[in-house]
Design a protein around this ligand. Structure first.
Ligand code: PLP
Length: 395
């Protein structure tokens, strides 16, 4: 067998994709699995967006390569949308369209990091941040947070981990997996600290539109001009427009960084799929009614299932404010059921209760599991009942 690169030898596969694949395998064997493992809306892309794509196919516009940084009309739409949601103005030259927000992050870390450069990642974190940093030969430095402080980092936490090698900091609000949202005050303090120490802020706002029960999400770029200049803003259409399969994300910020990301994209993907870019133009410039309806559906589901989750013995969980995940600490529940760790408990939930959840270990939180409520309410209620009954039976 040929020797693989050192780069991929230490890479872990995505924990969320791995559990989804395992659940699918069991489903294919005819087992009735209820899956709460998905990181994507369960809705179909709204009709008007589909029609934008169909028009682009039929007119022939979608047949050709686009500029590497994306279609000019889409970049204009992204700048207009970002101005509307953050109050911050970006020029199209400060914008790149990418194959999902995931690839925007990948390009950014590749462009930014030299061997050993450190990136501060608040834990719990989205599974891909550390792997992408490592693929760029950077060093992920985890900043631990606690349920009692809603899993949010403070300047003191960050300062304790800062070294001369610290190059960037990831801030994801609303957060996957915790669903927590940073306040303006918290973001201002973190932003000022990053400016003071010249640490680049990677602001992942992908769940910015999915907020519930009166909470609002603000972007760190809105805090001040200096903080905006210190930040690369990451966003995309996957989560807010039910468009995960289309693969359209984007990054906004310093023109030189964006240009180098574009150069790298020009040698790797050339450009994001043209038809998906036309669909994204429709998403960003068309009616926002479907996005609001989906948000309301997520809110209803959250409010319905959170109390059911809290009835399961041993579970503790802050009620999420945004995104579409619950991230309970189930270490006590696992113990009550006779499991020595939460990962084994999560495996038993899949194999015996037939409910797929993602073990928190992949998110840097071994006491937790992640449950996605991007599923039908009936499925969610049935899954909660299965978990509840499983725990009662094992206790
Ligand atoms: N950032 C976070 C926090 C996410 O949860 C995801 C998807 O799961 C992404 C970025 C990437 O989204 P996409 O590549 O679909 O745009």
């Amino acid at each position: 067998m040929v020797q693989l690169s050192k780069r991929v030898t230490n890479m872990s596969p995505s924990a969320t994709f791995a559990i989804a694949a395992k659940a699918k395998k069991l489903k294919d064997q005819g087992i009735d699995i209820l899956s709460l493992s998905f990181g994507e809306p369960d809705f179909v892309t709204p009709k008007s967006i589909q029609e934008g794509a169909i028009r682009a196919i039929e007119s022939g516009a979608a047949s050709f390569y686009t500029p590497s940084a994306g279609l000019p009309q889409l970049k204009e739409a992204i700048c207009a949308e970002t101005l509307q949601t953050t109050g911050v103005k970006y020029a199209p030259t400060e914008t790149i369209v990418t194959d999902g927000a995931k690839y925007a992050l990948y390009l950014l870390f590749q462009v930014l990091l030299n061997t050993g450069d450190e990136v501060l990642i608040p834990a719990p974190y989205w599974v891909s941040y550390p792997e992408q940093v490592k693929l760029a030969e950077g060093q992920p430095v985890f900043v631990e947070t606690h349920a009692a402080t809603k899993y949010k980092v403070t300047v003191a936490d960050l300062e304790a981990k800062r070294t001369v090698k610290t190059k960037a900091l990831v801030i994801n609000t609303p957060s996957n997996p915790t669903g927590m949202i940073y306040t303006k005050e918290e973001l201002t303090a973190i932003g000022n600290w990053a400016v003071q120490h010249d640490i680049l802020i990677v602001a992942d706002d992908i769940y910015g539109k999915l907020v519930y029960n009166g909470y609002t999400s603000v972007s760190i770029v809105s805090m001040s001009e200096a903080i905006k200049k210190q930040t690369i803003l990451i966003n995309g259409v996957s989560k807010s427009y039910a468009m995960t399969g289309w693969r359209i994300g984007y990054a906004l910020g310093n023109e030189t960084i964006i240009q180098r990301m574009t150069d790298l994209a020009s040698h790797s993907t050339s450009n994001p799929s043209a038809v998906a870019q036309y669909a994204a133009i429709e998403a960003l410039t068309g009616s926002q009614q479907s996005t609001e309806e989906m948000r309301q559906a997520f809110e209803t589901r959250l409010n319905q299932i959170y109390p059911l989750l809290m009835k399961i013995p041993g579970v503790t969980c802050e009620k999420p404010e945004g995104a579409f995940y619950l991230f309970p600490d189930v270490s006590e529940t696992a113990k009550l059921c006779g499991y020595s760790n939460v990962t084994d408990f999560a495996s038993a939930l899949l194999e015996q209760a037939h409910v797929a959840v993602v073990p928190g270990i992949g998110f840097g939180a071994p006491d937790n599991i992640r449950l996605s409520y991007a599923a039908d309410l009936l499925v969610l209620e049935a899954a909660m009942k299965r978990i509840h009954d499983f725990v009662i039976e094992k206790m």
